[in-house]
Structures are given as structure tokens and as C-alpha cells.
Design a protein around this ligand. Structure first.
Ligand SMILES: [Zn+2]
Length: 110
């Protein structure tokens, strides 16, 4: 091995800042640290991290969702009321002569 051309090789531990797990590792860089590792990363652990709502975006979304659902319910109610069968209008004969006379007139015609 030639002298003074090789970088310094450190035998050290690499430490996870989140869970504190340490591995023995060899590297030319000293003081290696990681923020997250396979022991604590949600992808490897399978745990779902809860949503961190810093700006109230989830609350705003839920409010908008509720408003939208209420509006849709009102629209559906209005639509069903509009499509409901209307009460039958009296014919002109019934209005003028009463129901018996109108029935008599239609039976005479038929
Ligand atoms: Zn970790």
C-alpha cells in the first residue's frame, strides 16, 4: 500500500436519529448519522403515520366536504319534489257544473 494517497478509513457506527439503532460500518467519512432507517421508516414497518395537519387543511377539507354533501342532499330533495306527480287539475266541465254533471256529459259523449 502506497503511503499518503489513500483516504482515512473509519471503522465506526452509523446511528439513526429517530430510533437510535446503530450499525457497524466502515467509511472514509467520519461521524455518519441518518434521520430515518429501515427499522423505523413507515415503508418498512408497515405503520401508517397519522397526517400532520399544520395549516388546518384537513379541517378545511372536511368542512368543504360537509358543505358539498349538504348541498347535494338539498338538490336531491328538490329534484324529488319537482318530479313528484302533481294533483290532477279539475276539468272545465267539473269546475262549472260539478262532478256529477261532468261524469254524465262524458258518458253521453262516449
Ligand atoms: Zn431508525
Amino acid at each position: 500500500m502506497k503511503q499518503a494517497i489513500h483516504p482515512v478509513y473509519h471503522s465506526q457506527e452509523i446511528v439513526c436519529g429517530t430510533c437510535g439503532t446503530a450499525w457497524k460500518i466502515g467509511s472514509t467519512r467520519a461521524n455518519l448519522r441518518v434521520n430515518i432507517c429501515a427499522n423505523c421508516h413507515p415503508f418498512y414497518t408497515g405503520e401508517q403515520r397519522s397526517i400532520i395537519d399544520t395549516e388546518g387543511q384537513v379541517d378545511r377539507f372536511m368542512k368543504r366536504l360537509q358543505t358539498s354533501q349538504e348541498r347535494q342532499a338539498r338538490e336531491a330533495e328538490r329534484r324529488s319534489a319537482k318530479n313528484a306527480p302533481k294533483p290532477k287539475k279539475k276539468s272545465l266541465l267539473e269546475e262549472i257544473y260539478g262532478e256529477e254533471a261532468a261524469a254524465e256529459a262524458t258518458s253521453d259523449a262516449g
